[in-house]
Design a protein around this ligand. Structure first.
Ligand code: ADP
Length: 489
């Protein structure tokens, strides 16, 4: 009997397989780390074949022991690190170069050239994105420039990781992606929901390399029995990781927000049927497409979030485990006037300053380690408030609550302070695997295993705001003053 959905979560540091039952409970998790290569400063690459093999390995772990059988899986959903680019030969299945990872800056020259030609507004209007090496198009261009004969080679295919895995799983039968992944390439027109010939021309990328674009939830193809223990099963969702988390957090309505506190921070707000082209440097992206339903989102990222806690642990040596940060911060009443601006790599939206450096303000003889830790946790929340304020402006309406996930969202002091400083409830779902859950839900919906009604009552903890309004105003004003001073320094 079919009773489970299998989600594959192919992330930047590891590949995971997670099995969910009819009640969306996690039944089994398997994980395998993958390697990153740094061939030059600022370059980040991975071996696409290793990613593929890690995917097979985690699936084998899932079925190992026989508790879960392949024939019990009704559908498979794939969620993935976005933008990471693979180009491979369709005759051999062999990638012609490493996968160029989203973080990699090796295509900065290609992008700067386009910026100098004044093409930024053109791209923004069509794609909802900013011209940046982050997105896939310049990575494809780079591979075509650096691999001999690649531009003319009619056998080469491009894919983000979702597409590459789907192609492998179907033994080369299906070359497709979904709208959420396509919307991160700088080649996808967010209004027509298709590849844009003009954008392809600017990058001189042959149309034949690109995958077909499909709905986020729907049948993409069937896994080849050779990869599924002689069974088959539909692959029924492909979805970028941040959009999967938005879906997994049940942010289905316009104005619904999810805030992920990972190494960096990712905030997405559902903007409903409307694609909003941001005035403040937020990215417009497709949230999902399910048959006739298309939802868009605005996305803002925070460069330094949980990594601030890692910095306290590894460089400042303030504690040995990230979890200790909470107890230490809670041992003092407040940050004693200390404000930390974690501009380690400049400041992103809405400040967009890539040359400023981090700063600590308000030190006195009485400042302790605990005050600084507390100020760091508070900085994580202030940065989210900065983004949520501009999201409200773009949306033209107030955001009335947010949902949180990611490794640092277990920090209760952080989540409470986030609620205090935003003056709205902050909701923490009990299930940690929201990204995988999003993919599983979308894959389950495609085969009638799950329906929207099933997503109504998730378990969650609600943090209500407790701070007096005057105190919030005073604290946030100090944060903004610290930002100004950081930029001036
Ligand atoms: P990613 O998916 O980006 O690798 P995770 O979602 O796993 O990240 O979150 C890891 C981050 O969370 C790390 O930067 C770590 O410092 C931070 N973190 C983990 N536990 C805590 C905690 N209790 N308090 C604050 N930050 C934490």
């Amino acid at each position: 009997m079919k009773k489970y959905v299998l989600a594959i979560d192919q992330g930047t540091t590891s590949t995971r397989a997670i099995v969910f039952d009819r009640d969306q409970k996690v039944i089994k998790v398997a994980q395998k780390e993958i390697q990153n290569f740094f061939p030059h400063p600022g370059w980040v690459e991975q071996d696409a074949n290793e990613i593929w093999l890690s995917t097979l390995a985690v699936m084998a772990q899932i079925f190992d022991g026989g508790q879960i059988k392949p024939e019990e899986i009704i559908s498979i959903g794939i969620t993935n690190q976005r933008e990471t680019t693979v180009v491979w030969d369709k005759n051999t299945g062999i990638p012609v170069y490493h996968a160029i990872v989203w973080q990699s800056r090796q295509t900065a020259d290609i992008v700067n050239d386009l910026k100098q030609k004044g093409l930024e507004p053109f791209f923004k209007e069509k794609t909802g994105l900013v011209l940046d090496p982050y997105f896939s198009a310049s990575k494809i261009r780079w591979i075509l420039d650096h691999v001999e004969g690649a531009q003319e080679n009619e056998n080469l295919l491009f894919g983000t990781i979702d597409t590459f895995l789907l192609w492998k799983f179907t033994c080369g039968e299906v070359h497709a992606t979904d709208v959420t992944n396509a919307s991160r390439t700088l080649l996808f027109n967010i209004h027509t929901l298709n590849w844009d010939e003009e954008l392809l021309k600017v990058f001189n990328i042959p149309r034949r390399m690109l995958p077909e674009i499909k709905d986020t939830s729907g049948i993409f193809g069937n896994i080849d029995p050779r990869h599924f223990f002689n069974q088959t099963c539909p692959i029924a969702a492909l979805v970028g990781d941040q959009q999967a988390a938005l879906f997994g957090e049940s942010c289905f309505k316009k104005g619904d927000v999810k805030n992920t506190y990972g190494t960096g921070g990712f905030i997405l707000v559902n903007t409903g049927e409307e694609e909003i082209i941001s005035r403040f440097g937020l990215l417009s992206t497709v949230a999902w497409k399910i048959k006739d339903e298309v939802k868009y989102a605005l996305e803002g990222s925070i460069f330094v979030s949980g990594s601030l806690i890692q910095w306290l642990r590894d460089e400042m040596k303030f504690f040995t485990s990230a979890a200790d940060s909470e107890e230490l911060a809670a041992s003092v009443e407040d940050s004693h006037g200390v404000v930390v601006v974690p501009a380690f790599t400049g400041l992103g939206a809405p400040y967009w300053n890539d040359s400023c450096k981090g700063a600590i303000f308000g030190l006195t003889r009485g400042t302790s380690r605990e005050h600084i830790i507390r100020a760091c946790i508070e900085a994580m929340a202030y940065q989210s408030k900065d983004l949520i304020r501009i999201m409200e402006e773009e949306l033209g309406e107030k955001i009335d609550s947010i949902k949180v996930d990611g490794g640092a969202s277990v920090n209760k002091l952080l989540v409470q302070f986030q609620s205090d400083i935003l003056e709205i409830p902050v909701i923490k779902p009990e299930l940690a695997e929201t990204t995988a859950l999003g993919a599983a839900r979308l894959a389950g919906m495609a085969v009638d295993f799950y329906h929207y009604e099933d997503f109504a009552d998730e378990e969650m903890t609600v943090y209500e705001p407790k701070m007096a309004h005057e105190e919030v105003e005073e604290k946030y004003a100090r944060w903004l003053k610290a930002i100004d001073a950081t930029i001036l320094f």
